[in-house]
Design a protein around this ligand. Sequence first.
Ligand code: ZN
Length: 381
Amino acid sequence: MIKLTGKKFKQMHKSDLSIFLELSDIPTTSFHENRVSDYIKNKLTEFEIDFKEDEWGNIEAFIKGQKKEEVVFISHMDHPGFEIIEKLDENLYKARTLGGLPKLSDVENTKIKIYDKFSENKGYLKPFNEPSSNDSRYKSSNRWLNNEFVSVEVELKELNFPVPVVFDLPKPKISNDQIITPVADDLAGCALILEMLRSLKASQNNYSIRGIFSRAEEVGLYGARLIAKSGRINKDSIIVSIETSSELPGAISGSGPIIRTGDITTTFDNSGEIILLSSVKQLVDQDKEFLFQRQLMNLGGCEATAFSAFGYKVTGISLPLINWHNANPEGKVEPERISITDYQNALNIMIGVGSLDIVNNNDYYKTLIHIPADAERLRLS
Ligand SMILES: [Zn+2]
C-alpha cells in the first residue's frame, strides 16, 4: 500500500532512455551539428511543441506558463571532434581540433568516421608532424591533446572542406546503472530537455519554460554567447545549464545529479538555485532516498557562464561524467559514461519545476527571516 504523505503526490517520472540512446548515436561536433539539430526539430514537431531556429542555428522551444516568470533550460548539440581542412596526399588530410580531445587521440591509430547529411566513411587518425601555434590552449597536459592539428587517413570523394570527423566508437549501450556512449556531453542535456518539454507540455505550469539547444559550445560557448548578446531573453529569466561534467571528489557518478553552484570561471546565482532546490524538496518529500548532490564543478566551463557575463541569473544541473570528452585517465580514447540514476533524477528535478509555485527569496527563507522570541536574550541590557 502506498502511503500518501505530501499534499501533491506525484509518480516519479521514469524515462525509457530511448531518446538519449537514439540521440547519442548521432555524429556531431562543433559547427557540424546538423544531424542532431534535425533529430531535435523532428521530435519537437512530433511533440507539438512551438520552437524557432535562429539565424545561427540555435533552437529554442517554448511552453507558456500561467505566470510571466521564466526558467530557461539550455544544452548544446555539439561535442569535441575534428574537421578536415586540407588535402595532404592521396587519402591523407589535415584536420583541426574542435574542443578538448584525449591526449593519445592521434598516436594510437584511433578509428574515426567522417559524415555528411546522408553517409559516413571510416578511417584513422595520425599525428600531424608540424609544430602547433603557441596558443595557450595547446599547453602541455597529461590528459589532453597538445596539438591543434592531426592527420586523417580516409577515402574522401568530394573535397568540400571543412569535413567533420568524429571518433568511431561502439553504439550506445546500457550496462547496469551506466549508459556507455560515444557522446554524453551534451547530448544527455539535449535528451533531458526534450523529455522535460514533452512532459511539461501536458501539465499546467506556473513558470513559463524555454528549452534551448545551442551550437558550438565546445569551441568557446559561441551559440550561448550569441543568444545572450542578442538580449532576446528577458533579463529576469533564470538560465539553467543542463550539462555533463567530469566526476570529481564529492561529485561521483551514480550518487545523483549535481545542483551546480558554479563552473571553472563563475559562481552561479542563488535565486536560480533555490528553484531547483525547491523541486528537489518536493521529490525528497515523496522519497527520502532520492539521490542528488550539490557541488561547484570547477573542472570545466558551461553555458551558464556565457549568460552570467551578460548579466543573467544562472544556475545548473550537471551529470557526473566518466571519460570526459572521451579521455580515460591515461588520455586514451574511450566512450563516455553516465549513470542512469543520475539521468532519471535530473529529469525529475527538471519536470518538478512545472509543479512549483513561483519561488521567491522571502518564502524560501521564511524560517530564517522570522526571528524567534528567544533571540531577544541576546539584547545587551
Ligand atoms: Zn564538453
